[in-house]
Design a binder for this molecule. Structure first.
Ligand code: HEC
Ligand code: HEC
Length: 339
């Protein structure tokens, strides 16, 4: 991982992006700046640069940091269904399939500020969670598995890596690039039919015509992860939420050519393909009971698909949009507007 610095021209680009984000935030709330989570606003407009792996110390702490990074890169080998250390993940997905490049890709679900922002109130559980609890959430939902003991060596190692990665991030703050990047909300519902065409053109060559991806020869981890089906993430995973999924896809997929500063898809294409991937009529997923999620109903994110809601909009609209009317209604009625 190179410890690269931002050039002056990149800085000014970030400044423009940052200002655009602030303007956007004023109208629709900037992406995941969910007020009910108590996150502080982005502190800086320069893109955060995580420390270089070459600076991990050569002592007992450094060994744990390196082990934690290895676990987050190769999770299925250590802790998946056929893991060498334990079996907690319930499918072949690994953290890095979503938290790209060991959790260091800007706008790619990185862990830049995660360690600085936990413990944190989580609306889904209606209580304060530690970062270890939050990791277990991802093992239970995207990985369809069971929680790890919080005091296990492996959990402590992952936390040690995340803490090291957030070196220099002030406690309780976000840094620029640590979130998913905002996209425009459409004035119409996202369209899974149109999304299918986007999928065939831009996604199928890796994720497959059946969306099941490609498993490595060892049968343990994926070359290209599945996007739906029994071996994919559960509904109720954040990746199943339309806006979040579209934000991830637009600035990271196709994985070989797209990046946050050179996206391939338009906002519309990203929303439509996210609707296709996450469509529960066309595709199946492992289905947990989500009845007890978000005990305070008005705290459900705009794009959370499981009723009941504390607003007058249908489950269909919460799933596919249009989201602006929901946003405006919630704002007017003093409800949380996060997504
Ligand atoms: C299918 C995709 C997927 C997989 C696989 C996955 N996650 Fe996540 N994870 C997400 C999404 C989406 C979020 C929500 C990010 C947000 O709210 O913007 C998230 C959030 C998190 C957070 C909170 C980050 C923050 O800054 O608040 C942590 C920590 C985390 N995941 C760790 C893990 C670990 C460790 C694994 C592997 C055991 C894992 N995740 C596997 C999709 C995934
Ligand atoms: C060049 C191959 C390639 C293409 C094309 C591609 N992806 Fe991916 N995708 C990947 C890889 C590889 C990963 C996992 C990243 C890793 O493990 O480093 C991934 C991860 C994902 C994930 C998160 C993991 C999961 O299982 O949910 C989603 C969602 C996703 N891709 C959606 C898409 C969509 C939608 C498109 C089309 C717009 C697309 N991808 C195009 C290679 C590709």
């Amino acid at each position: 991982m190179p410890g690269r610095r931002n050039s002056a021209s990149m800085r000014s680009k970030h400044l423009i992006v940052g200002v655009a984000c602030i303007l956007f935030a004023a109208v629709y709330g900037c992406s995941q700046q969910t007020p009910h989570r108590g996150d502080a606003v982005i502190a800086d407009t320069a893109l955060f640069v995580p420390p270089d792996t070459a600076t991990i110390p050569h002592n007992a702490t450094g060994d744990m940091i390196r082990y934690g990074r290895d676990l987050l890169v190769n999770f299925p080998y250590y802790l998946g269904p056929k893991g060498s250390v334990g079996s907690f993940g319930g499918n072949g997905l690994g953290c890095q399939n979503c938290h790209l490049e060991a959790g260091t890709r800007p706008f790619g679900l990185n862990y830049f500020s995660a360690h600085a922002r936990y413990p944190q109130y989580r609306a889904r559980e209606g209580k304060i969670l530690t970062l270890g609890d939050r990791i277990n959430n991802c093992i239970e939902r995207p990985l369809n598995g069971k929680p790890m003991p919080l005091d296990s060596k492996e959990m402590v190692a992952m936390l040690a890596y995340m803490q090291w990665l957030s070196t220099g991030v002030p406690v309780g703050k976000r840094v620029h690039g640590d979130n998913l990047k905002a996209i425009a909300l459409l004035d119409r519902p996202a369209d899974p039919g149109k999304g299918r065409i986007v999928y065939e053109r831009h996604c199928q060559r890796c994720h497959g015509d059946d969306g099941q991806g490609v498993i490595k020869e060892d049968g343990i981890a994926y070359v290209y992860p599945p996007l739906w089906g029994p071996l994919s993430y559960q509904p109720g995973s954040s990746m199943h939420r339309l806006i979040k999924s579209a934000q991830f896809i637009k600035y990271n997929m196709p994985n070989d050519i797209a990046s946050w500063d050179k996206p391939v898809l338009t906002d519309e294409e990203a929303m439509d393909v996210a609707a296709y991937v996450n469509d529960d009529k066309m595709h199946t997923r492992p289905q947990p009971d989500l009845t007890n999620e978000y005990p305070v109903h008005k705290e459900k994110p705009l794009d959370y698909y499981w009723p009941p809601y504390d607003d007058p909009f249908s489950a269909e609209q919460h799933k596919y949009g249009p989201f602006k009317p929901i946003f405006e209604w919630r704002k007017k009625n003093g409800h949380p507007t996060g997504y």
